[in-house]
Design a protein around this ligand. Sequence first.
Ligand SMILES: [Zn+2]
Ligand SMILES: [Zn+2]
Length: 337
Amino acid sequence: MKAAVVNEFNKKLEIQDVAMPDIGYGEILVKIHTCGVCHTDLHAAHGDWPVKPKMPLIPGHEGVGIVEQAGDGTGSIKVGDRVGIPWLYSACGECEYCLSGRETLCPEQLNAGYSIDGAYAEYCKAPAKYVAKVPEALSFEEAAPLFCAGVTTYKALKISEAIPGDWVAIYGIGGLGHVAVQYAKAMGLNVIAVDIKDEKLEMAKDLGADLTVNGLNTDPAKAIHEKVGGVQAAISVAVTKKAFEQAYSSVKRGGSLVVVGLPNDELPIPIFDTVLNGVSVKGSIVGTRKDLQECLELAAQGKIKTMIETKRLEDVNEVLDRLEKGDINGRIVLNIS
Ligand SMILES: [Zn+2]
Ligand SMILES: [Zn+2]
């Protein structure tokens, strides 16, 4: 089968003919139709993070396709089902995190397109228990970005504990941020979109943002305090340290900063302000299978529209270059078959 493969960090991905995966007990083989391109794939290809991916690696954790083979023990997932394979490829199912509805913290988890091969390929195998069925109302292209960008931002908003009527700020209106704006609106929140590119802010406005701030020439935290008195929650899906600092400073007393983007950097937090203002700082990584179902359902109801540009698998290097430059509005989805 054809796949885009990382053979060495910081080198271009190669389009190669690789062996088809063999499925075992509880596994399915999915013929991939589409796969979204996430910033994480760039980090994987560069070996940016302290925990390195497998090598060689087929990236991709927003793969959507049709089940072509199902072995024994695949439960309700049948041949012909339309499913997506998320970042949380599998978890142990029996540790304290798995048992308490926090499976994304499972120390034994595998991650699609990182610790195990993902969906930049014609086929991808997956454990049936951890894939999600795609609602009929969503096309292959629309559904793909929901498997990371969608569930990740939906979950971040959930753990922010902001309630209807609260103000939230979304820092970074890219693949994740443009979906975050819409989930926030669907959850009854007032949204401030922050980015350094006007065209991304325009898009945020079209998608429902109540206010926008360009952080390039303005201090967004100051602007947010002036306009609405600070936000109950700031969600940072940006990829620069500066945006995280600004996101922290835009939170009002008793509010929270939810850290989602993954620059390989540190976030210095002022202890005095954090204590006196009772600010919480929370990390949030993707979402559980339940979060994923909820996020797909909201999209199927027409409340979330992923902004998509489609490209071929062969274009993957060009797509990753553009992603690195911040030169993409919304999400690029690879059309694989
Ligand atoms: Zn992702
Ligand atoms: Zn576990």
